[in-house]
Design a binder for this molecule. Structure first.
Ligand SMILES: Nc1ncnc2c1ncn2[C@@H]1O[C@H](COP(=O)(O)OP(=O)(O)OP(=O)(O)O)[C@@H](O)[C@H]1O
Length: 230
């Protein structure tokens, strides 16, 4: 069976110079997959390339078994949702209007994130960082993507909010979504993850199930995720 999202020997980078080399990665329906690595390992470059914001420098990206090449809007049509730490919301618009702008509309977003109901008339820019990210994630998931790419979804947020955002992603995966997450909150993210890839200098140096990795978490953090290991 085809993976929802697959990178085959993907090279990615800037101005023709690869910083991610021959990456092989799969996300299956129902899976939450973590992409980990120290600063500069190539996680964001990988996510932007998979999302279509950066052209790939080699290899293939397949969505539901079909190779994709086009720019980001073409990939969105292929049902890839993308959320980043930059909280893609319209700050001067109300929460309600932000949700209505999403392809999924208001109802499904509120079902996913009932917390947003009490803020509907508030300008999105006045919400806390965590509430803004709930808005961005709720809107992205309400659109019903097959794949969610989330780059530092919970950057700078309090643990309780991080837990809530991760729970929502887990629930969506339980309903059939495939999610690829880059997360600084490694221990928390591991609690909802199925599989993990660890990148170092743009190459996968470790991969396995979350169960396999959980027992080795301290070692993984010391060896691969510290700044010095980039
Ligand atoms: N716009 C850019 N132009 C040129 N090189 C870049 C650009 N953005 C990132 N890089 C380089 O690409 C490499 C990978 O960076 P990337 O941001 O993908 O890593 P990362 O794993 O996401 O790190 P971090 O956790 O710090 O965000 C780094 O060497 C970085 O300096």
């Amino acid at each position: 069976m085809s993976a929802l999202l697959e990178a085959r020997s993907l090279s990615a980078g800037y101005h023709g110079t690869a910083v991610v080399h021959e990456l092989d990665l799969r996300v299956e329906p129902g899976e939450v997959v973590l992409l980990l690595g120290a600063n500069g390992a190539g996680k964001t470059t990988t996510m932007h390339t998979l999302a279509g914001g950066l052209p790939s420098l080699g290899g293939e990206i397949l969505i539901e078994g079909e190779p994709v090449r086009g720019p980001a809007h073409r990939r969105c049509r292929k049902q890839v949702g993308f959320v980043t730490e930059e909280r893609m919301i319209f700050g001067s618009m109300s929460v309600e209007d932000n949700l209505k702008l999403g392809r999924g509309g208001l109802g499904p977003a509120l079902e996913l994130m009932p917390e947003l109901e009490k803020f509907l008339r508030r300008k999105a820019g006045l919400l806390s960082g965590g509430e803004q990210q709930m808005l961005a994630l709720g809107r992205a998931l309400a659109a019903g993507p097959r794949v969610l790419l989330a780059d530092e979804l919970s950057f700078g947020l309090a643990p309780l909010i991080v837990q809530r955002l991760l729970e929502v992603v887990r629930k969506a995966a339980d309903d059939g979504l495939g999610a690829l997450l880059v997360e600084q909150h490694v221990r928390q993210a591991m609690t909802i993850a199925d599989r993990i890839y660890v990148l170092r200098r743009g190459r996968v140096i470790l991969q396995g199930t979350a169960d396999e990795m959980r027992g080795r978490l301290s070692e993984i953090e010391d060896s691969y995720l510290s700044g010095a290991a980039a």
